[in-house]
Write a protein that binds this ligand. Structure first.
Ligand code: 5AD
Length: 348
């Protein structure tokens, strides 16, 4: 690590802000010892607010039907090899009951942009979840919707919304997506969600096709300025039925370095050690937690659904869906000095 890189990490810890070109220097200055140094400061910053706590979110993948054709994604509309499914209201409620018994106090309803889930379907469902489990938070991750829809879902009781921005550079966004999707619309959604009052999560892939360090620098500046309550980042992993099938996956090490930098930008942020990280490396989630992440999102979806929600190759399906698996997760976290906490885990 150069003295300059070290001084930038120190400045980031102190001021929580850098210029975009300084972020670029930090990214280009990546070395294992720079990552180690940033990781130590990130852990300190996390501990000051959250101690050793790691929050768990019960992920329920409600549908892999999607009207979009994002070029990197395995459940893109034009993938004929994807076996489609949609959970019913009863399926979803029983996932919540099961998760509640295990100790989950946040349920994340995630899915493709499936037209079946209109506000008329979702609002009563969110209402029902909140009345059966009043001490739980409901997080939605259902893609782009109108402001009116986001508002209706919020009024029905949804607390949080995850919508990765994917890349904060318009040209790069256009490379990764079909022309029917626009960067400006993505940003519109994120700003609307924030204005309505949701706890909002943005995020991006590391090592996505065409990504350069200047794109990541802009992602960091965007995270700094947008200041979301959550940020999901994970390595890009190729999916066999996409045009990127032969591309290389993103780096676990660079992802962890970026997790540390994001923790330094915003010490109170809720930062998951993502499934993609755990998929690429057996101990990827532990590496993420040690780099500054403080959330894990075990999969509560029914087994048949899990197998079909294939965003990328070899997606990790084991989670904390059973008491036994949750115990395993707890002991794995304990082994690295972290403690799984069964609480809503709102952002501070
Ligand atoms: N590799 C890694 N992450 C992916 N996602 C979609 N496809 C892939 C892939 N091939 C991520 C996107 C999306 C989230 C649900 O999953 O960032 O927002």
């Amino acid at each position: 690590m150069t003295e300059y890189t070290k001084s930038l990490i120190n400045t980031l810890e102190k001021n929580r802000t850098l210029t975009e070109s300084e972020y670029l220097s930090l990214i280009d200055g990546y070395t294992p010892d720079a990552a180690k140094y940033a990781g130590e400061l990130a852990l300190k910053a996390k501990k000051a607010f959250y101690g050793d706590a790691v929050f768990i979110r019960g992920l329920i993948e409600i549908s892999n039907i999607c009207k979009n054709d994002c070029k990197y994604c395995g459940i893109r509309k034009s993938n004929r090899n994807c076996d489609r499914y949609r959970l019913t209201r009863e399926d979803i409620l029983s996932c919540c009951s099961h998760g509640y018994r295990l100790g989950f106090r946040t349920f994340v309803l995630q899915g493709g942009e499936d037209g079946y889930y209109t506000d008329d379907v979702l609002c009563p469902l969110i209402n029902e979840i909140k009345s059966r489990f009043p001490d739980c938070a409901v997080t939605l991750s259902l893609g782009e919707r109108s402001k009116e829809s986001y508002l209706a879902l919020y009024e029905a009781g949804a607390d949080r919304y995850l919508l990765r921005h994917e890349t904060a550079t318009k040209e790069h966004y256009e490379l990764l997506h079909p022309t029917s999707l626009s960067f400006d619309e993505r940003m519109r959604c994120l700003f609307d969600l924030k204005e309505i009052g949701y706890q909002v999560g943005c995020g991006f892939m590391v090592g996505s096709p065409g990504q350069e360090s200047r794109h990541l620098a802009r992602d960091l500046k965007f995270v700094e300025e947008f200041s979301p309550q959550m940020c999901g980042i994970g390595p890009f992993i190729p999916h066999k039925d996409t045009e990127y099938s032969s591309f290389t996956a993103g780096s676990v090490e660079l992802t962890c370095y970026l997790l540390s930098l994001i923790r330094l930008i915003k010490p109170t942020i809720l930062l998951p050690a993502t499934t993609a990280l755990g998929t690429l490396r057996e101990n990827g989630r532990e590496m993420g937690i040690l780099a500054g992440a403080n959330v894990v999102m075990p999969n509560l979806s029914p087994e048949e659904a899990k197998a079909k929600y294939t965003l990328y190759n070899n997606k990790l399906t084991s989670g904390a869906e059973s008491a036994e698996a949750l115990e395993t997760l707890k002991s794995r976290m304990k082994a690295i000095g972290a403690e799984i906490v069964c609480a809503r885990g709102d952002a501070l």
